[in-house]
Design a protein around this ligand. Structure first.
Ligand SMILES: Nc1nc2c(c(=O)[nH]1)N[C@H]1C(S)=C(S)[C@@H](COP(=O)(O)O)O[C@H]1N2
Ligand SMILES: [Mo]
Length: 356
């Protein structure tokens, strides 16, 4: 990826941003994100898939090759569950210098209610052979990246693919998948950043060697220079975000809030398991108070939190900070999370508020 050293966005970034809308942060007040408010990230073009002739092929190192129509997939055991999704590039635009790619600030998020059939059942039916080490998931979209022409492809190890909660999803909030979200079928890997959840899924191939495609070995790696192989981007890091309180000024988005008690609300999540704690700060992170946590929204949803803030006249910088069950806490400064691809930048949110 090219690197930008100034704060102006490039023409390429603006075009990527218009193709890939984020979730308006006011939707952080809702447990379930409406379809039209959920973020979208599409690397290449949205393919036109005919649902009537569609079939999902399961092949490679399997005892029985499967070819499943949409009706056959819908007839299998079904699960409906909220899944919080986040793009691994969330937070990238806060970095200096900045990798030139989708210029997300904090809005590459959403928590829809997905319906599908557990992947494990399908893999058990196909019967993985002993030499299978990974499952390769291929989408119907094709393009060029890093100079290589490719189908969009990602792999999971056999253990990761067999994990509870991994779904072959055909519905979002009770509707057939909208085209940008993978119609008619997508993979959902709930604890991971979004890149693992292959959309427009057309085949699953059990392979005997680890997959070395572009989206696995060149992109989605935490590394600080091109010379290091880095480590793979996998689970979502902990993060809490607030629905910015009050009303916005059109261009700057500065919030205007009347003095007095204001209920600040938001959602928090982590791919490492439950959210244990959310803290709130109204002074740029100098002092923190514990927020009140709501009930967890399923195993893979986001968790509501709120804080009664006593807004005093003047300018304030509001932040929230999550701690997960693994004890991981968000960093205060994006630069602490700096990496070449701008992945997993989960520094605390900063919302500028003017109280009058
Ligand atoms: N086939 C395919 N699957 C894909 C992508 C893609 O471009 N092609 N983008 C991935 C990325 S990077 C993310 S963050 C999520 C976004 O899912 P959403 O658009 O439904 O929010 O889909 C993932 N699955
Ligand atoms: Mo992404």
């Amino acid at each position: 990826m090219p690197i930008a050293t100034n704060t102006d966005f490039t023409r390429e970034e603006v075009r990527l941003a218009l193709r890939n809308p984020g979730m308006p942060l006011e939707a952080l007040r809702r447990d379930v994100t409406p379809i039209g408010m959920h973020y979208v990230l599409v690397h290449f073009d949205i393919p036109d898939v005919d649902a009537t002739t569609f079939e999902l092929v399961v092949d490679g190192c399997v005892r029985t090759r499967l070819s499943l129509s949409l009706d056959q997939l819908r007839a299998r055991p079904a699960v409906t569950t909220p899944v919080m999704m986040e793009c691994a590039g969330g937070g990238r635009a806060h970095l200096t210098p900045r990798p030139v790619s989708a210029p997300w600030h904090d809005e590459a998020i959403g928590c829809a209610e997905w319906t599908g059939t557990p992947l494990r059942g399908v893999l058990e039916e196909a019967g993985l052979l002993d030499d299978a080490v990974e499952l390769l998931f291929t989408g119907a979209d094709r393009g060029l990246d890093q100079g290589v022409e490719q189908d969009y492809q990602r792999s999971l190890t056999v253990d990761e693919a067999m994990t509870d909660g991994v779904l072959l999803a055909y519905a979002m909030n009770g509707e057939p998948l909208p085209p940008p979200h993978g119609f008619p079928l997508r993979l959902l890997v709930p604890d991971w950043y979004g890149m693992a959840s292959v959309k427009w899924l057309r085949s699953i191939t059990a392979i005997a060697e680890p997959f070395e495609g572009v989206q696995q070995t060149q992109l989605y790696r935490y590394r600080r220079s091109e010379d290091e192989p880095g480590t793979p981007v996998t689970r979502k890091k902990p993060r809490a975000l607030m629905a910015p309180p009050g009303i916005p000024e059109f261009l700057s988005r500065t919030r205007h809030v009347p003095a007095g008690r204001t209920l600040v609300e938001g959602r928090a999540w982590s791919g490492a398991g439950a959210i244990e704690r959310v803290e709130f700060s109204a002074d740029g992170g100098a002092t923190w108070g514990d927020a009140r946590l709501g009930e967890p929204n399923g195993r893979h949803g986001w968790r509501a939190w709120s804080f009664e803030w006593d807004a005093t006249p003047g300018d304030h910088e509001l932040s929230a900070r999550a701690t997960d069950a693994a004890g991981d806490v968000q960093p205060l400064d994006s630069e602490d999370a700096w990496n070449l691809g701008g992945y997993g930048v989960n520094a605390v949110q900063r919302v500028v508020v003017r109280v009058s």
